[in-house]
Design a protein around this ligand. Structure first.
Ligand code: NAD
Length: 251
């Protein structure tokens, strides 16, 4: 097997996923830009940014709630580029709901994307990693280090992601495959902008005032860590959940 490494990234039309596509492209990784049909963001923007960075990308529609869809995503990249080295399980949704009123459907719908979608992405990618590789899943401070009212389903899913990568790190270590999680704090993306809508249009800036550095993070600041974990430079890092939060949870 030869040539540039290949990555699959779910939810790559916007936010952290889009920034990750560009970061990986800058490092010579060919990127599968997973795009979700319901997403208002144009994946062509990510593809253009990838090309501007000197990289190669391929847009593939994927719904992480479907095993078949995620499997086809991985297979499409392998049939185009004959290899798959990196899986970034980034797609996620955020819904607010008090625990006493949450319905079974709401609970299952969120876990289907944020936890089972991560499992499906990791599984689809791992099947094709012939010469080592890396899985990186996106957790959250809500799942790793911080209690968040009215988000029990989200916190449960994001905590599950950490358990998943720890298990994969042990199971796949002998095959030269690493698995890690990222624990972002508050990052400026479409998802976080929606979440703080109740604070008004300047909500994210005001929320940033509670962070020791006085600002929220940028997608790129998370993507850089994902790109490092996906690279050979992280060859002895596995089973970790790395916090990227501007010291929010250490203050
Ligand atoms: P985002 O909304 O820009 O990205 C989420 C992506 O997931 C979108 O591209 C969306 O289309 C995709 N998606 C949603 N449902 C999908 C489905 N069923 N199948 C495939 N794709 C689907 O927001 P983001 O902040 O960049 O989110 C990326 C990840 O980071 C998410 O897992 C999110 O929970 C996590 N995260 C974000 C923050 C933050 O502050 N922004 C903090 C902690 C964790």
């Amino acid at each position: 097997m030869s040539g540039q490494p290949v990555a699959m990234i779910t939810g790559a039309a916007s936010g952290i996923g889009a920034a990750t596509a560009v970061c990986l492209a800058e490092r010579g990784v060919r990127v599968g830009i997973g795009t979700f049909a319901g997403d208002p963001h144009d994946p062509e923007t990510t593809l253009r940014d990838v090309r501007d960075a000197g990289g190669e990308g391929r847009i593939v529609e994927v719904d992480v709630r479907s095993t078949e869809s995620v499997d086809v995503f991985a297979e499409t990249l392998v049939s185009e580029w004959q290899r798959l080295d990196v899986a970034v399980a980034n797609a996620g949704i955020l819904r607010e709901s008090g625990f006493d009123t949450i319905t079974d459907d709401q609970w299952h719908d969120l876990l289907d994307v944020d936890l089972h979608g991560v499992m499906r992405t990791a599984r689809a990618g791992l099947r094709h990693m012939r010469e080592g590789g890396s899985v990186t899943a996106i957790s959250s401070i809500a799942g790793g280090v911080y209690g968040w009212q009215n988000h029990a389903h989200y916190a449960t899913a994001k905590a599950g992601v950490i358990g998943l990568v720890r298990s994969l790190a042990v199971e796949y270590g002998p095959k030269g495959i690493r698995a890690n999680a990222i624990i972002p704090g508050l990052i400026r993306t479409p998802q976080s902008s929606d979440a703080v809508n109740s604070l008004g249009p300047e909500g994210l800036d005001r929320a940033g005032g509670y962070i020791p550095w006085g600002r929220v993070g940028h997608s790129r600041e998370v993507a850089e860590v994902i790109a490092f974990l996906s690279s050979p430079q992280a060859s002895y890092v596995s089973g970790q959940a790395i916090v990227v939060d501007g010291a929010l949870t250490t203050a």
